[in-house]
Design a protein around this ligand. Structure first.
Ligand code: ZN
Length: 457
């Protein structure tokens, strides 16, 4: 069934793949690993094959086994399980009790697995032999049985089959049909009689599944996909795993915060309390700042906070121009495109609101300029920049952003400028506002800002 070229170059390429095999396909086809493409694959599979269960393999007939080794993400697993359920495909999900990436006994994660099983999918054991240092088939029998008992105690059903996590050559010599009462996905029979197609490492190492299913020439198929590789949008394999791992880390921190809140305990964050306001206004930005603070990367945090402040100033100014000065959107857009001429948001804010930003934080201009200078020295990479000074600067920036947010909320448009939602606000206010186009102020502003910009060139 393979092409002549394939057999000539790789005459000994086995049906069943081991990690020792040299990958024949280095093309990653990132675009293949989206949920949408996954759905298409499921549709092809259901059309071309009878989908079988490991508990009842119809040997001698044309069938397909659809297997998931869960290495990285239970959330991604549930997303695929839902898609399969909708398209009428029953898969088997192999969970690893020793995973570094998830914990099957943790209540939220446990609930995800229950949901997958409730969708009608089968349970399998992803067996990590290296954890036990398995040295004989007898030991393998005992340990597979022991772990199957554990899964059964957690989920109320016994796994039907097991697959090796990282199947090294030594393990692939264990070729019996079953061990510990569970079907062995790497049995001699499955290896020799059933064509295997896997997405290991986030790409099709041998044949592309889409091609295998479209050609539909193989009599029997065992498809292995790892849900961590499948995301909503296309991205490189490492990025897919990054998102799974860091998404879980963020959920763990949320769990800590929510736990304290639920029980009315103090959440002692140290000076990081200065950032708390951002948690409600803009959780994504807060997560980034929280990370930078806790890893003590104060210089990067300092620049990030400046970036937040400048964006906040811009958004609040735009809303003021749209709703209070009644300036047409197209004029404002053109004006803001030219704003690179302007030194920073402080000038803009002063021109539009007649207020000095540092006044909001109860500071003097010279204090503020000190922090502007620190920003410059960090951007230019001066090694003499004291990290402790950056930390104090971060606290100043937090105060400034917070105060500006409060100021924005006191205005007629009631907006802190921390999320890009000025468009919604403007539309909401459009029907009620009665102000007239402040054409003279607008002309003055454009003139003034431009003159300042040209002076600075
Ligand atoms: Zn694995």
């Amino acid at each position: 069934m393979r092409s002549y070229l394939f057999d000539t170059i790789y005459p000994k390429a086995p049906k069943m793949i081991s990690t020792e095999n040299i990958a024949l396909n280095q093309n990653t086809f990132d675009e293949d690993f989206t949920e949408l493409h996954y759905r298409d694959l499921i549709r092809l599979a259901v059309k071309g094959y009878r989908v079988a269960s490991y508990g009842d393999i119809p040997w001698g007939e044309r069938f397909l086994l659809w297997r998931h080794d869960i290495d990285y993400s239970l959330n991604r697993s549930l997303a695929l399980a839902k898609c399969e359920n909708k398209e009428g495909l029953k898969a088997t999900y192999f969970f690893n009790p020793h995973s570094n990436f998830y914990n099957i006994a943790e209540s939220e994660q446990h609930a995800l697995i229950k949901q997958i099983l409730n969708l009608g999918h089968d349970l399998g054991l992803h067996f990590d032999a290296s954890f036990h240092n398995v040295s004989s088939e007898q030991e393998l029998n005992q340990l597979v049985c022991q772990e199957a008992d554990y899964l059964q105690s957690l989920f109320g059903v016994r796994p039907l089959a097991f697959s090796f996590h990282n199947p090294v050559a030594e393990l692939l010599k264990c070729e019996e049909d079953e061990y510990g009462g569970l079907v062995n996905c790497y049995s001699n029979r499955l290896k020799s009689d059933v064509t295997y197609c896997s997405d290991s490492n986030g790409y099709w190492r041998f044949r592309r599944l889409h091609d295998v299913l479209t050609e539909s020439k193989d009599h029997c198929l065992q498809v292995l996909t790892h849900p961590g590789w499948w995301q909503k949008d296309q991205m490189a394999p490492r990025q897919r795993i990054f998102r799974s791992a860091y998404g879980r880390a963020a959920a763990t921190m949320n769990c800590y915060d929510a736990g304290l809140q639920k029980h009315g305990r103090m959440n002692h964050t140290g000076e990081l309390v200065a950032l708390q306001f951002l948690k409600l206004s803009n959780p994504e930005t807060y997560r980034l700042c929280d990370y930078l603070w806790n890893t003590e990367d104060f210089k990067t945090l300092y620049l990030t906070l400046w970036n937040i402040l400048e964006g906040q100033v811009n958004r609040i100014c735009r809303v003021q121009l749209r709703t209070v000065w009644n300036i047409p959107e197209v004029e404002i857009n053109t004006f803001f495109e030219q704003l690179h001429l302007c030194s920073d948001g402080i000038v803009l804010f002063k021109e539009i609101f007649g207020q000095k930003l540092w006044d909001l934080a109860g500071k003097m201009e010279k204090d503020h300029l000190k922090w502007v200078n620190l920003r410059g020295s960090i951007i230019r990479g001066y090694s003499s920049t004291n990290p402790e000074k950056s930390k104090i600067g971060c606290l100043y920036m937090c105060q400034l952003i917070f105060k500006l947010g409060e100021y924005g909320k006191r205005q007629v448009f009631n907006y802190d400028g921390l999320r890009a939602e000025e468009e919604v606000l403007v539309q909401k206010m459009d029907s009620t506002r009665r102000t007239r186009f402040a054409s003279n102020r607008w002309k003055d502003l454009k003139k003034h800002i431009n003159v300042k910009g040209k002076e600075g060139e």
